[in-house]
Design a protein. Structure first.
Length: 290
């Protein structure tokens, strides 16, 4: 199966380069290459679907156009934080410097939490305060931490991705649909991030005994619609400049792993519907046949 899928991808790539409307696949089936049909259905200004290894761009709608990415930034923040080899049993006391405007805050000045709970609150709930607290707990200054984020982007060959803050509030935290999908694939390779991205909800207690409950901002984890694929987790983002954004990892019925990114969608729920739409189209046209 792997060989046939690989050959199909090559044939489809060649057909797209030379603007063929159809191509005969390795299996003998006729493939109709019409991504513009689904592109017209989605409101997101940019979108991309990538293969598991990140080498094949299977769907594209202005996927290399640069724009703000809001809280998708937190995937890079998590990667850099893990590079510091944190002891997740260590504790951190929230300070006034951890207060950040924007979004719902779950932790407050004086709360003492272990680093594992802080990490999950950052990624599961997309909590801005928890995210900046991770940076403060890392042993790096904010300037050093952001510099390492940009170095990491270069290492991952994300040529159009750059950061000025570790949270995602700045309009100058930018990337593309294609590169955010690459970032999500790389982040998903890390067990701690993969676990966090897959959690619907999470409960814990501060060291003072205060109960905390966080719920994922990734509504696809709660989706009860029958699909030919499964959402394994993702990261949301929103600012006025970025619009509604989402990048997620999906598993197809035969073990296919795909990354989908939609940037600047019209509304909060649209980004999830449109992610499903482009994943469904990709599976039907590349893997499941017409």
């Amino acid at each position: 199966m792997i060989i046939s899928v690989f050959l199909n991808l090559i044939l489809i790539f060649v057909s797209s380069v030379f603007s063929f409307n159809q191509v005969v696949l390795y299996s003998g089936d006729i493939y109709h290459f019409q991504p513009e049909v689904v592109s017209e259905k989605i409101t997101a200004q940019k979108a991309a679907v990538l293969s598991e290894d990140g080498r094949y761009l299977l769907f594209s709608k202005d996927s290399e156009d640069v724009q703000p990415i809001a809280s998708i930034t937190k995937l890079m923040t998590a990667l850099v934080f893990l590079e510091t080899n944190p002891d997740f049993t260590d504790t951190y006391k929230m300070t006034p410097d951890d207060y950040v405007l924007g979004g719902r805050l779950h932790l407050f000045t004086g709360d003492i939490v272990n680093l594992h709970d802080l990490f999950l609150t950052s990624l599961v709930a997309s909590d801005n305060g928890a995210t900046i607290a991770l940076v403060h707990a890392s042993g790096l200054s904010e300037k050093e931490f952001v510099a390492r984020m940009n170095e990491k982007a270069k290492e991952l060959r994300l040529e159009h991705t750059s950061f000025v803050d570790p949270v995602g509030l700045s309009q100058y935290n930018v990337s593309t649909a294609k590169e955010t999908a690459i970032l999500a694939l790389r982040a998903f390779n890390e067990e701690e991030i993969r676990k966090a991205m897959s959690l619907k909800e999470y409960s814990f207690q501060t060291r003072q005994g205060r109960d905390k409950y966080v719920e994922s901002t990734d509504y696809l984890l709660f989706d009860d619609e029958e699909n030919s694929f499964v959402s394994l987790g993702g990261k949301t983002g929103y600012t006025d400049k970025a619009g509604y954004c989402f990048v997620g990892i999906f598993a197809g019925p035969n073990g296919e792993i795909l990354a989908a990114s939609v940037l600047n969608s019209d509304d909060k729920n649209g980004r999830f519907k449109e992610s499903k739409e482009i994943i469904r189209w990709t599976l039907e046209n590349y893997f499941l046949g017409n």
